[in-house]
Design a protein around this ligand. Structure first.
Ligand code: SF4
Length: 190
């Protein structure tokens, strides 16, 4: 049922592709996290390594959910010398991510959300001097959890790359029903 409802919900956004998976279909490897050291965003935000610690804990958290909703948005990145388009698109992608995570919660699911790239909520991240300003809104980056996107996307027949001059951004929303009688379930029932 949630699959059909989500498929209908997502049509209001410019989403390129989407799919549902089981968390255990994700391919976790700490070598992906080690690869973050080569990323330009390494040490630049609370959403990325080394601020995200413990590969084992991250993997355990992801595997504690019942399902994963993965989606991508596509944007034209040619002639984007100063990264302005990318910044704007990240914000747009972030909005779709927030609305969709909220949609799952409105259906009674707990969620845990990861996205491409570093968090871009604030103009300048507080890392490492002060605590994250929006811990409840910030989504860690996918690679910080050791998830190999190439194999995950291959499993659900989604594109990892598009034509030259275009880029894709991804979101993974892990979702599960809270255990009966839990505080979360009581809160959801109001
Ligand atoms: S919400 Fe702001 S402070 Fe927190 S990770 Fe994102 S950019 Fe950094």
């Amino acid at each position: 049922m949630i699959r059909e409802e989500t498929a209908e919900f997502i049509t209001q956004f410019h989403v390129y592709q989407y799919a549902f998976l089981k968390p255990e279909e994700s391919d976790f490897s700490d070598s992906v996290v080690k690869g973050c050291k080569k990323c330009v965003h390494y040490k630049s935000a609370w959403s990325c390594p080394p601020a995200i610690v413990s590969f084992a804990r991250c993997r355990r958290e992801c595997l504690s959910y019942d399902g994963v909703f993965v989606f991508s948005t596509l944007y034209e990145s040619r002639n984007d010398d100063d990264g302005e388009i990318r910044r704007k698109t990240r914000k747009e992608h972030g909005k779709v991510t927030d609305f969709t995570s909220e949609f799952f919660r409105s259906k009674g699911y707990e969620t845990y959300t990861l996205t491409s790239d570093r968090c871009s909520i604030c103009e300048k991240c507080t890392f490492p001097r002060k605590a994250c300003r929006y811990q409840d809104r910030m989504h860690p980056c996918i690679e910080s959890h050791g998830i190999r996107m190439s194999s995950l996307l291959g499993r659900c027949d989604m594109d990892h790359f598009f034509d030259e001059g275009y880029s894709l951004l991804f979101t993974l929303i892990f979702f599960r029903k809270p255990p009966a009688g839990s505080e979360t379930e009581a809160n959801m029932k109001g």
